[in-house]
Design a protein around this ligand. Sequence first.
Ligand SMILES: [Zn+2]
Length: 510
Amino acid sequence: MHWADVAASKIKDNAVISTAISPSGEIHVGNMREVLTGELVYRALKSAGKSAKFYYEADDMDPLRKVPAGIDQSFSKYIGTPLFKTPAPDGKHKSWSDQFIEPFIETMKLVGANPVFLRTHELYEQGLFNESIKVAMEKRELIASILSEVSGKQIEGEYYPFNVECESCGRIDKTVIESYEWPVAKYRCENCGNTGRRDIRNGNGKLPWRVEWPAKWLVLGVTVEPFGKDHASAGGSYDTGKRIAKEVFGIDPPFPIVYEWIHLRGMGAMHSSKGILVRAIDMVRMVPPEVLRFLIARNNPERHIEMDTGRGLISLVNEYDIYERIYFGKEQPNDTERLEDLKRIYELSQVNGIPESMPVQVSFSHIINLVQLKKDINEIMASLKRSGYDLSGDLSHLMRRINAAKFWLENFAPDEFKIKILEVPPSMDINENQKNFLSYLKQRLNTDLTPDEVNKIIHESCKETVGDQKSCFNLLYQIFLGKDSGPRLGFLFTSLDRNFIIERLNHYLK
Ligand SMILES: [Zn+2]
């Protein structure tokens, strides 16, 4: 059974799934795993006939902790300010959090995840946390003892589970509560020295993370929550959250789904703060969204995923195609016992329902060549038709793939995948055998040919002259591309203007 179905079988009806992020920097593809894990379980619950709600919260009440790499360090003056009140680094968005969350909301839509979107600061402002703040303050000694027992952190002096926002400097991370009588706290700011009295309800501050998390379970009625493995470590925030949920708020903690990180090939786990990342929005532009869903769906959450934006991207799309062929019965899996699992992975990868029949499959590597050698979509389609593809059905999959290939080539593709036809013939020493090869080839290229026919002609011409196939191919790549390899020559030659090819060959036959 698929892991999402296994989870769904253990989750009670009327589930409430919560996913969230602290929008403190670029939202990368690693963060996609949280919302897609939630979405897959949401779908699995629906398939199991259970009812479910699905939330995504921007924890924008969190303070800015660090100015990430790549952003003007002058923003460090806002450290400690809630993210929804911090100015946007690009000067265009309403706030720091909006700048990063807005493209992510778009990305979620593109991959077919449609959670109810909430801004945590609004929940505070609407007073939804008021009751949990009151309870937490009343039971603050119990919370302090849970925190020190579970996490091992000793709490010195009086503990108040609330961070008041300083009315003078705006920081939320530097105030200390000196005394309180519900709902007013007397506080002192260690940043600016301000002291004051403040009503702690309705967004004038926030619960610290380890208390806020279980309070959110209470406020939203959360019963299922995917979260990263950092929260799941022994003594971590899930361990403290579980006990606070039960002992302080009197609720059951949600069913946990712990997921591993997505590593960027050769660079380790992605971090917004260190600038090691591929933005989620870029990822969904360079692979079709169904392929991104496939990446998450086919890996158990506890397995780490290695993301490769180079050559590995092509293999990923190829694997998706295999699953698609298996789903539509055009290919058998090596392990026939896994057939149902593989089909379920394909189903869960679809953005909007399952296609009625198998979409036309053009390999990603072929599309990568086509978009570089053809001048527009009409030429691409004409070339595919000539190669025998049936283009009569729904072409939306193909179009998404074409757009993804273009974006990938412009932004992430390694040079080896870029085809650049040399405008001027490179100067080369050509021996007699090679000349014979080129001349032989030239004579036979004189009619309309298919890519396979061209390949055959190259092989035959080489056999009659130079003999060594590899050196013949290298020679042609050098003459046209200035490198030793490239796309299949049959395809390359049928994509280029024939007169251009003849002229280029003639240059070396003088
Ligand atoms: Zn202050």
